[in-house]
Design a protein around this ligand. Structure first.
Ligand code: C5P
Length: 213
């Protein structure tokens, strides 16, 4: 199968030296890419800025902003059997980027932010047979919010992560998740390393492709 896997944060620049971002390490996406290559699959790894070495056997497409990531994902989408969006895409970007470094001035400045496109939701609208897998990082109402995303983004699988729980979340090496399939059927997976979780997600996707598509 051909997988598109996204990883890491995006950076939304305010001026040439400052940006809005988040602490995503990219570990989950890179683990997914490693697991898919390990199972003999083709992988395009579309990655925001991270401190991780490339994955041998995966094609690395580095991107910076959400708009860059969207362009890269869309250009590979027609050839993909599955897209796994594990990137922590910034929901907002500054409306204007200042061309020069902002200077200290008065006590306050305000920044106008505009919505970034939801890359996964856009894919959901043109999905066809391509398998779409998303992540849901929540601190409250995890199940409700995750089920809403599963539906609104038209996903085949969503992996819900309680990012406030110990041993789960952005920068660590382990995750405890509940997954929901297309029908909304839930399955709680035990606490495991990101590598084991990644392999389980890749295996799920390959099995699903064989039996459902
Ligand atoms: O709606 P929410 O941001 O919580 O959804 C998370 C899922 O949607 C993740 O799989 C993430 O990669 C994807 N996403 C996206 N484009 C955005 C925001 C999130 O593809 N602008």
């Amino acid at each position: 199968m051909k997988f598109i896997i996204t990883a890491g944060p995006t950076r939304e620049f305010i001026d040439p030296f400052r940006f809005i971002s988040n602490p995503s390490s990219g570990k989950m996406g890179y683990a997914l890419a490693r697991a898919a290559v390990g199972r003999g699959q083709e992988v395009i790894l579309i990655s925001g800025p991270v401190e991780l070495p490339p994955i041998p056997g995966a094609v690395l497409v580095p991107v910076i902003s959400a708009l860059d990531m969207r362009e890269a994902v869309n250009s590979h989408f027609p050839y993909a059997d599955a897209v796994i969006m594990s990137a922590a895409v910034a929901d907002y970007r500054p409306e204007d980027k200042f061309l020069h470094k902002l200077k200290k001035g008065g006590a306050e400045i305000s920044l106008q932010l505009v919505r970034n496109p939801d890359i996964l939701e856009e894919l959901g609208q043109k999905k066809g047979d391509t398998i779409l897998v998303g992540f849901s990082a929540e601190t409250e109402n995890i199940i409700d919010n995750t089920l809403k995303k599963l539906k609104s983004k038209n996903l085949d699988l969503i992996i819900a992560n309680d990012i406030s729980a110990p041993g789960s979340g952005f920068a660590g090496d382990t995750n405890q998740v509940i997954v929901f399939d297309r029908r909304g059927m839930a399955d709680q997976w035990p606490m495991m390393s990101k590598d084991n979780l990644a392999d389980r997600i890749i295996k799920w996707t390959m099995d699903y492709s064989e039996f459902h598509v």
